[in-house]
Design a protein around this ligand. Structure first.
Ligand SMILES: [Fe+2]
Ligand SMILES: [Fe+2]
Length: 137
């Protein structure tokens, strides 16, 4: 199924994996609602997804600060791009521009797929290395 969660998205950090999984679920729910053509319901689902996504970015940045992740600043910049995409998709929805917001939500999801696999996984690896480092000492 579209937007399906898989092992390849695991960062190894349980609270982040839980949030990522939930984002996939909310994106699927939004897509399902689109088919029913109930606009208020679709808006509700879109906002549930974008709010959860924005909250996730804040939590994740806080988490990376806590573990003193060295690539925090670069990672924050990537999140900033996503925040702009989120605002855009909401505007497109309000303009009732179907094609635009469906394309944007797909873009956001493929952005997320790549981001989790490439960038989020790095803090998971960083944590594993720092735990091993402590054990050796
Ligand atoms: Fe991230
Ligand atoms: Fe993330």
């Amino acid at each position: 199924m579209f937007f399906e969660w898989g092992k390849e998205f695991e960062t190894g950090v349980p609270q982040m994996d839980k949030q990522h999984k939930n984002l996939f679920k909310l994106a699927r729910e939004f897509y399902t609602t689109l088919k029913s053509s109930n606009r208020d319901k679709a808006r509700e689902k879109l906002l549930a997804f974008t709010d959860a996504l924005k909250a996730h970015l804040i939590d994740e940045e806080r988490f990376m600060e806590e573990i003193k992740f060295p690539e925090l600043e670069d990672h924050k910049k990537l999140h900033q791009n996503l925040r702009e995409m989120i605002e855009e998709v909401k505007e497109e929805f309000e303009r009732n521009d179907h094609k635009a917001y469906q394309r944007s939500i797909s873009l956001i999801m493929s952005w997320l797929f790549t981001h989790i696999k490439k960038s989020d996984k790095k803090y998971g690896e960083f944590i594993i290395h720092s735990i091993h480092g402590k054990k050796i000492r």
